[in-house]
Design a protein around this ligand. Sequence first.
Ligand SMILES: NC(=O)c1ccc[n+]([C@@H]2O[C@H](COP(=O)([O-])OP(=O)(O)OC[C@H]3O[C@@H](n4cnc5c(N)ncnc54)[C@H](OP(=O)(O)O)[C@@H]3O)[C@@H](O)[C@H]2O)c1
Length: 279
Amino acid sequence: MKSVAVDKSKYGPWALVAGASDGVGAAFAEAIARNGINVVLLARRAEILNQVAESIQGRTGAETRVLVTDLSAPDATESIVAATADVEIGLVVYCAGGDADFAPFLENSITASERMLQRNCLIPMQLSHHYGRAMVQRGRGGIVILSSGAAFVGAPNMAAYGATKAFDMIFAEALWAELRDQGVDALGVVLGETDTPSLRRLRGERGLAGPDEPVPGATAVEEVVSAAFKSLGKDPTCMAGKQIRRGARLISPIPRGVLVRLMVRMSRRAMGSDDKSAR
Ligand SMILES: NC(=O)c1ccc[n+]([C@@H]2O[C@H](COP(=O)([O-])OP(=O)(O)OC[C@H]3O[C@@H](n4cnc5c(N)ncnc54)[C@H](OP(=O)(O)O)[C@@H]3O)[C@@H](O)[C@H]2O)c1
């Protein structure tokens, strides 16, 4: 993997990567560890997660900790907070969030959509609140939340998924606006088709490709990670990969970073400054 600079003094000593057993999350964990930041790796499949953690630790020398947790379970935040209480989390990267079903809303169970809402919205919001407060107290840290082009516009088979991804993108942008003056960087990373095991599996199941066949034209996970760390600390949103940048320009010729900054100014004009002493 090409080296990606991640500032240990700003985002260390520990990072939490949710959805770290494969795909984008595993690539984030590796890049972070290569910069000497220890990593808590979270996912459901214990065996694979342990293998990923061991190989990252072996290659990078960074410490790893494995957290086998289902992010769609109601007590997920409580158990994550308890399992990380003894370490200082300076960076949260929330990757878990793909939709393995890709089914029409009414044909799928309501439980499946509720679990997605829990995993994609409620848990990242709770974790951002918990770790974000500690980061603000320290005056440093970062929160990275993965979103999708599905956030831009509604589409069939992605009703609940696209809506949760819109939540993720807007939530991350708003955190960027609120926290940037307090030393904490938030970033929404918006992905187009990215070559991950999850996408390969889905394409295989739909008869579009053989099992574990690479996705033609899709962005590589390393490119996503590299784009994210180039944007973290600067922009509210990162369009990770050529494909999604092209798509984003079609939806709006004005980059989201410009729109968010404009919204910050408009909101201050309409509602006044957040600095109470300035009112
Ligand atoms: N790949 C794409 O083309 C694409 C496109 C647009 C957006 N995105 C976004 O990019 C992010 C990463 O996508 P991805 O393709 O790498 O695959 P993904 O299926 O979202 O993520 C895979 C990782 O998340 C973990 N995970 C999934 N559900 C979990 C749960 N309930 N609890 C704990 N861990 C869970 C998986 O591990 P376990 O199975 O071991 O739990 C695995 O480590 C997602 O947020 C997705 O929405 C991806």
